[in-house]
Design a protein around this ligand. Structure first.
Ligand code: ZN
Ligand code: ZN
Length: 285
């Protein structure tokens, strides 16, 4: 779980004695909440400030002793510590309900961003499991609207939690491949592409009829590099020729049209020669 402690998000200290009230008895389970206000997604660097804003609203606006929720989950899957595991939340509607279940908020709005992200669902699932294991809490799951007249936590989050709060199919993090995995994948690709799928390997030779993909790529790179050198030489030749043409034109031995024709013939011959060389480099030949 990507837990963000109160110190890490810069929480204000809670008021005593009410903010320090402990649960009496075990929690039945976890209730989910949403913001119930318009919300737009934001870079994670701004999430802590938003959590501080929620705390300020609860302490200064509602007059509560602390942020009301046990935990708060941002769209990036981070779980912010609110009242935590031991201190009774004040978000579920009344003292009985607060004492009954943990209160976990998903930072999802009533407009704007209304669908939780996959990362957020993973974070909420993390928080639920954490509450169950460490709280402890029972397996009951629901929303603020269970037993209290409110639209919270919105239809999407409510449907998800009543379905048992399953993890999304997407992976939580991109899994890094080990070197062994990479080699296995490379072999598999080579096998499928170059052999099993019957893609003809045109460049196989008698000595090496089953060239690997690497050999072919390596060879193609060498041919390409070689051709570049030849092209550069050709360009140099053309440059030299054009210099000669200029000198001849100054001397007046040939008229301009004759010089031009000679130059073009020379260039054409050079290009034809280059074409022949390119054909020669085809390793199939
Ligand atoms: Zn709520
Ligand atoms: Zn975030």
């Amino acid at each position: 779980m990507k837990l963000v402690t109160r110190a890490q998000w810069g929480a204000r200290d809670y008021r005593r004695p009410n903010g320090a009230t402990l649960y009496s008895g075990k929690r039945r389970g976890v209730k989910l909440h949403y913001l119930g206000t318009p919300y737009t997604d934001r870079p994670h660097a701004q999430c802590a400030a938003y959590v501080r804003q929620i705390q300020a609203q609860h302490m200064d606006g509602n007059g509560w002793s602390d942020v009301g929720y046990s935990y708060i989950v941002c769209t990036h899957g981070y779980v912010y510590e609110g009242r935590g595991l031991k201190r009774r939340n004040s978000a579920n509607g009344n003292t009985t309900l607060n004492n009954q279940d943990y209160a976990v908020l998903l930072m999802v709005g009533s407009s704007g961003l209304t669908e939780p992200t996959d990362e957020q669902l993973h974070g909420a699932r993390d928080a639920i499991e954490y509450c169950r294991e460490e709280g402890p809490a029972g397996t009951w799951l629901g929303g603020h609207r269970d037993g209290y007249a409110t639209a919270c936590p919105g239809d999407t989050v409510y449907a998800w939690v009543k379905a048992g709060a399953p993890r999304p199919d997407t992976k939580e993090d991109d899994m890094a491949l080990s070197d062994a995995d990479m080699k296995k994948l490379a072999d598999l690709v080579a096998d499928r592409v170059w052999k099993r799928d019957g893609l003809p390997v045109r460049w196989g030779t008698k000595d090496n009829p089953d060239w690997s993909a690497y050999s072919i790529l390596h060879h193609a790179t060498e041919v390409s590099r070689d051709n570049r050198v030849r092209l550069m030489r050709l360009q140099a030749d053309v440059g030299a020729l054009s210099g000669v043409v200029s000198r001849l034109a100054e001397g007046g031995g040939l008229d301009a049209a004759e010089i031009q024709a000679a130059a073009e013939a020379g260039a054409r011959a050079a290009l034809e020669k280059l074409g022949q060389q390119l054909t020669d480099t085809d390793p199939q030949g």
